[in-house]
Design a protein around this ligand. Structure first.
Ligand SMILES: [Zn+2]
Length: 544
């Protein structure tokens, strides 16, 4: 945890932080489940940095490590990814098909719908929204725990509101998320815990100060090499995450915010006495900085190295707080999706086909060209990216919609940067896939994040190693593809004293929920969720 926050919240940590004790495995099931999502933490990064860890990630890696975990679906974005973690279901079942989808019947000028908004509230938009879990169609683990144990509490703390909602579900006791300058909640009815204004005051003071460059480890220094970026962006690769006074965006794309998120989580553990009642509690944490660092600088430079070094330390400090409280806890750590590096650097690292998407593949440009060609009016195609869901303008007559759909599918399919195009009708005919996610076909991956009322009229998948960002003045790198660099994520389970192994067999993020349920003795009806309990982290057979 960052020193300034430890100092600022010293009163909360009245007991000293003890060194990690060599504890035996507690004989009783854990009383606190801590589920940590690290946003954009690909399995490729986990594998690469595993020898470097010395802190919390090193400790968690002594537990059970599924190094081939999968966010199996195609729409590898934050909201769908987080929706799988504690529901045990693929996005096809959670209903969370992407971060933002298009609803032409929404009844407002903004036809985009944010995954965690209530678009029925008058006067709102997808960017000025009323936060709500209403789009999440299934319950989360915390909801099931509260049904079985009346005293069970669910607390969600996250760098993004959508992460807090997807992990906390419909009935959390506390839900806190970063809103650009501070942590906030939309929940009313219970008093604001004292730790929240304390952390916010510490954060405000920190942002007001400039931040010195971080000091790289020798490993991070070895990664420092400036790479030019196509598409208008600044070079990346040799930055040390220094920040000007008052720059809240730079604060967000740095390890500082993860430290603050963990400090807030630790403070809530103390104040709410999580894990110390007779019924088990759930603490869901989503750490967003890795995602913002990846988007801003790519994944293979000095910047990401500094971020992951700090993340390891921050998680270690957080676990030491839990140790020092004598709580019987278990941790699961994973990611909402993976990610990949900028193509400019990938080309120098043995990926000769890495490239940026051509701007003319955007739905707006493609739609305009096709509308002119077919003699139609309007935008024709709606969508924010040439990767993923694309919608047909609903104002067109049915016959013209069919003509446009056929023309758009043909045009995208013929493009050398496109791997595959599937219509909604084609995807709907495929059963939701099961079994080894490694071998799923592209259309099966699409099916796992397809929900007809929200999905596009067709979906476009760019070829592997094509980055769907042409203009790099904002972000230089991203995720969201059906390829394994975006799907494959680490899944770690840890309990005090439980020495686990690294498992090569693939697992899915949907398996986390039934595994944790089995760990605490909560029955999950067979077939009621997509995931399956994993026995290795339990050290015994699954109970369901
Ligand atoms: Zn992202």
């Amino acid at each position: 945890m960052r020193k300034f926050l430890l100092a600022a919240t010293a009163a909360l940590f009245a007991q000293p932080l003890a060194a990690t004790p060599p504890l035996p495995v507690p004989p009783q099931p854990p009383k606190l489940l801590v589920v940590i999502a690290v946003d954009q933490f690909s399995a490729n990064l986990f594998d690469e940095y595993r020898p470097q860890w010395t802190g919390g990630l090193a400790r968690l890696a002594t537990g059970t490590v599924f190094r081939n975990g999968y966010q199996s679906h195609a729409a590898t974005e934050t909201c769908p990814g987080h929706s799988t973690l504690l529901t045990g279901d693929h996005p096809a079942r959670t209903g969370i098909i992407s971060n933002v989808w298009i609803d032409q019947k929404v009844g407002r000028s903004d036809i985009s719908v944010y995954c965690v908004e209530d678009e029925s509230v008058p006067g709102t938009s997808s960017t000025a929204y009323k936060l709500s879990p209403r789009h999440l169609l299934v319950p989360t683990l915390g909801e099931l725990m509260k049904k079985k144990w009346l005293g069970s509490r669910t607390v969600a703390v996250a760098g993004k509101d959508r992460a807090a909602i997807m992990m906390g579900g419909h009935t959390p006791d506390q839900r806190w998320y970063w809103t650009g300058t501070r942590f906030q909640t939309d929940l009313t009815g219970s008093p604001v815990p004292a730790v929240v204004p304390k952390v916010n005051a510490a954060v405000t003071a920190a942002i007001a100060q400039a931040r010195d460059p971080l000091q790289p480890t020798p490993f991070c220094q070895s990664k420092a090499r400036e790479v030019p970026i196509e598409g208008g962006g600044k070079p990346v690769g040799a930055g040390r995450l220094a920040r000007k006074a008052g720059d809240a965006n730079a604060f967000r794309a740095s390890p500082e915010i993860d430290g603050d998120t963990l400090a807030l989580a630790a403070g809530l553990v103390d104040e709410l006495k999580l894990g110390r009642g007779s019924d088990p509690d759930l603490l869901a944490i989503s750490l967003s900085a890795t995602d913002y660092v990846g988007h801003t600088y790519g994944t293979e430079g000095e910047e990401m190295c500094l971020q992951l070094t700090e993340l390891d330390r921050e998680i270690g400090d957080f676990l030491k707080v839990l140790d020092s409280r004598g709580i019987n806890y278990a941790v699961a750590l994973t990611a909402d999706h993976g990610g990949k590096d900028v193509p400019e650097r990938e080309r120098t690292a043995g990926v000769p086909n890495a490239a940026r998407v051509r701007a003319d593949l955007s739905p707006a440009t493609m739609g305009k060209a096709l509308v002119a060609k077919l003699g139609l009016t309007g935008p024709g195609l709606l969508g924010s990216s040439p990767q993923g869901d694309i919608y047909l303008d609903a104002h067109l007559k049915p016959r013209d919609r069919t003509r446009l759909l056929n023309a758009a599918v043909a045009a995208y399919k013929a493009d050398p940067q496109v791997a595959a195009v599937f219509t909604a009708a084609q995807i709907a005919r495929v059963p939701v896939p099961t079994g080894d996610p490694v071998n799923w076909t592209l259309i099966q991956r699409a099916r796992a994040s397809f929900y007809a009322p929200r999905s596009g009229d067709f979906v476009v998948f760019l070829k592997k190693d094509i980055t769907p960002i042409a203009n790099t003045t904002s972000y230089v790198s991203t995720h969201g593809s059906p390829w394994d660099y975006d799907r494959r994520v680490p899944i770690l389970f840890w309990r005090p004293g439980f020495v686990g192994t690294t498992v090569e067999r693939p697992a899915e993020t949907t398996d986390i929920m039934p595994t944790l349920a089995s760990m605490i003795g909560l029955a999950v009806q067979p077939g009621s969720v997509d995931g399956h309990c994993l026995p290795e982290p339990l050290g015994t057979a699954c109970t369901h």
